[in-house]
Design a protein around this ligand. Structure first.
Ligand code: SAH
Length: 474
C-alpha cells in the first residue's frame, strides 16, 4: 500500500514561520500566509520590492544574509523558496534534524509538508492535493471548483459559526441538530445570502432556531431532606446551584437555602396554620407554571421527600396540564432521617417487621384511617404532622388493641441543631408532649423500636423522658 499525505489545517497564530528566499516564489508564499496571524520571518540576501515593503510595514520580519541554522530557532514551519537547489536541500535537512515541518517549493521529495491548492469562501476552505505528484491537476481542479461555489458560501459559514454555540445549546441532541442543519441548508437562507440580504438570513436562522427549540423552562420537584444540608442529594445540590427561581416550603431549613445560587429568586410558599390551604396550593401551581413558561429554571423545594405527604403529585399534575417539563429528585423523608438521628431503627428483627408512614392530619374526624391495622403488633408507625392530634392517636390505637405500654418517641426538629427526642409509653403520649412542649416540626414513632432511642441515640442531647411529676401521676 502506498502511503498518502494526511490533510491538516494548521493554526499558525503567533507561531513563527520562516520563509527562506527573497524573490517572487517566496513572495507568493508570504502572501498566502499573511492572513493566518503567523509571525512571518523572511530570510534572504536581498528582498524583492514587495517583500521589502511588507517588512517596512512590519507585517513581516526580515533577516538579511544566507541561511543559517539559527534561523530555525523559533520556527514551527519553514518554507524553502530559494532558487538554489543545494541551499533548499540544506534547509530541509536542518529542519528535519530539529523536527520542524519543511516545505521546499517545487520539490515534493524534500518536503514533509505540502501547501495545497485552495478554494476559499470566508472561513470555509477547500484544500486540494495531488500528493505533490501532479500540482497542475490540483490547480485545474481548483479553478473548476472556484466557478462552482458561490461567494456567499463564506457568509453562510460565518453566519452558522456565529450561531454555533446557541444552536448547540438549544439542540443538544446530535441527530436533531443534523436534521436542523439539513433544513437550513436546503431552505431559503443560502439564497438570501446569495442576494446579499444578510439581515433577512440572520433573522430566518433565528426564527428556525426558535421554532426547533422554543425557550422552555422546567421545574424540578426537589426533596430538601429534613434540615441537615449534609443530607441533600448531589443532584438536589446541583439543581439549587442552577436555579433561577426557588419556591420553597417553610419546612426547608435556612442551611439548605443558603446553598442556592446567589442570584436565585427565593419565594416562600409555606402554608400557614389556619390559612386557606386550597388557595395556597393553587397559588403555588400558578407560580410554578408562570415562572416555568417564562423560560426559567424553577426548583420546587420541599422538606423531606416531595412524594411523602408533600402534595408533589398534585403539583406535577398541574405542570403536566400546562405542558411544563419536570423532573423529581427524592429527598430523605422525615421518618427515615429522624429515625437515624434519634437512634430508632425503623425495623428490627426482634421488634418490627414493617413500618408505616401515616399522616395524623386529616380533614375530618372520620378520617378513613384503618386503625385496626395500625394497632397491630410488630410494626413501627411513623406519624407525620401529629403534634396536635396525639390524644386521638393514643385513644384509637389503644381502643383497637395496641398495648398502652407500647414505647413511643417524639422527635422534634430532627437532624437540626435543636433536635429533641422525647420517649415514653403510648399511655402517657399527650401528657409527655405537653410537659416538654413539643412543637412542630415533630414526628411520632409508635412501636418497640422507639425505646431503643435511650440506648442508641448519638446526635444532639439525650432523649427526654417522663417528668417526675408525670411519672407520679401515672
Ligand atoms: N415531605 C415531608 C413531610 C411533609 S409533612 C417529608 O418527606 O419529610 C410535614 C411533617 O413532616 C411535619 O409535621 C413533621 O411531622 C415531619 N417533619 C418534617 N421535617 C421534620 C424534622 N426535621 N423533624 C421532625 N419532623 C419533621
Amino acid at each position: 500500500m502506498t502511503s498518502r499525505l494526511f490533510p491538516l489545517f494548521a493554526d499558525l497564530r503567533n507561531r513563527t514561520v520562516l520563509v527562506v528566499g527573497g524573490g517572487g516564489v517566496a513572495r507568493r508564499k508570504v502572501t498566502a500566509l499573511l492572513d493566518t496571524g503567523a509571525r512571518i520571518v523572511v530570510g534572504a540576501p536581498a528582498l524583492d520590492p514587495e517583500l521589502a515593503a511588507l517588512a517596512d510595514q512590519e507585517r513581516i520580519e526580515a533577516i538579511t544574509g544566507s541561511f543559517a541554522d539559527s534561523w530555525l530557532d523559533d520556527a514551527w514551519l519553514v518554507i524553502a523558496a530559494t532558487d538554489d537547489a543545494g541551499a533548499n536541500r540544506a534547509i530541509a535537512a536542518a529542519a528535519e534534524a530539529r523536527r520542524i515541518w519543511a516545505n521546499v517549493v517545487d520539490d515534493a521529495e524534500l518536503s514533509n509538508i505540502h501547501l495545497p491548492a485552495r478554494v476559499e469562501r470566508g472561513p470555509l476552505q477547500i484544500a486540494i492535493s495531488s500528493g505533490g505528484g501532479a500540482p497542475m491537476l490540483a490547480r485545474h481542479l481548483r479553478e473548476q471548483l472556484e466557478t462552482q461555489f458561490d461567494e456567499s458560501l463564506g457568509a453562510l459559514a460565518e453566519l452558522l459559526q456565529r450561531s454555533r454555540a446557541l444552536i448547540r445549546e438549544r439542540l443538544p441532541d446530535l441527530p436533531a441538530r443534523r436534521r436542523f442543519f439539513d433544513r437550513i441548508l436546503k431552505g431559503p437562507i443560502p439564497a438570501l445570502l446569495r442576494r446579499g440580504d444578510a439581515i433577512s438570513a440572520e433573522r430566518a436562522l433565528q426564527a428556525n432556531i426558535d421554532a426547533a427549540a422554543p425557550v422552555r423552562g422546567r421545574v424540578a420537584l426537589v426533596g430538601a431532606g429534613p434540615g441537615d444540608p449534609g443530607l441533600l442529594t448531589l443532584r438536589a445540590l446541583r439543581l439549587l446551584n442552577e436555579a433561577d427561581v426557588i419556591l420553597h416550603d417553610r419546612l426547608v431549613s435556612d442551611e439548605v437555602l443558603a446553598l442556592a445560587r446567589r442570584d436565585a429568586e427565593l419565594i416562600e410558599v409555606g402554608k400557614h396554620v389556619g390559612g386557606d390551604h386550597h388557595a395556597t396550593q393553587s397559588a403555588i401551581h400558578r407560580l410554578l407554571v408562570e415562572h416555568a413558561t417564562s423560560g426559567k429554571r424553577v426548583v420546587r423545594l420541599k422538606g423531606g421527600d416531595p412524594f411523602v405527604f408533600g402534595r408533589g403529585g398534585e403539583e406535577l399534575e398541574a405542570l403536566q396540564l400546562h405542558g411544563v417539563d419536570f423532573e423529581v429528585v427524592p429527598g430523605i423523608t422525615a421518618a427515615v432521617a429522624c429515625g437515624a438521628y434519634a437512634g430508632i431503627p425503623l425495623t428490627h428483627r426482634d421488634h418490627a417487621q414493617s413500618v408505616r408512614f401515616v399522616t395524623a392530619h386529616t380533614k375530618d374526624a372520620d378520617d378513613g384511617i384503618d386503625w385496626r391495622a395500625l394497632a397491630q403488633d410488630r410494626q413501627t408507625l411513623a406519624f407525620y404532622m401529629g403534634v396536635s392530634g396525639l390524644e386521638r392517636i393514643r385513644d384509637r390505637l389503644v381502643a383497637h388493641g395496641r398495648n398502652a405500654n407500647t414505647p413511643v418517641a417524639l422527635v422534634e426538629n430532627g437532624t437540626r441543631a435543636g433536635q429533641r427526642v422525647v420517649v415514653g409509653s403510648l399511655a402517657e403520649l399527650p401528657e409527655l408532649a405537653r410537659a416538654h412542649r413539643v412543637a412542630a416540626p415533630a414526628i411520632l414513632f409508635v412501636g418497640e423500636v422507639a425505646a431503643l432511642a435511650t440506648r442508641l441515640h448519638w446526635f444532639g442531647t439525650s432523649p427526654l423522658q417522663a417528668l417526675p411529676a408525670l411519672a407520679r401521676a401515672a
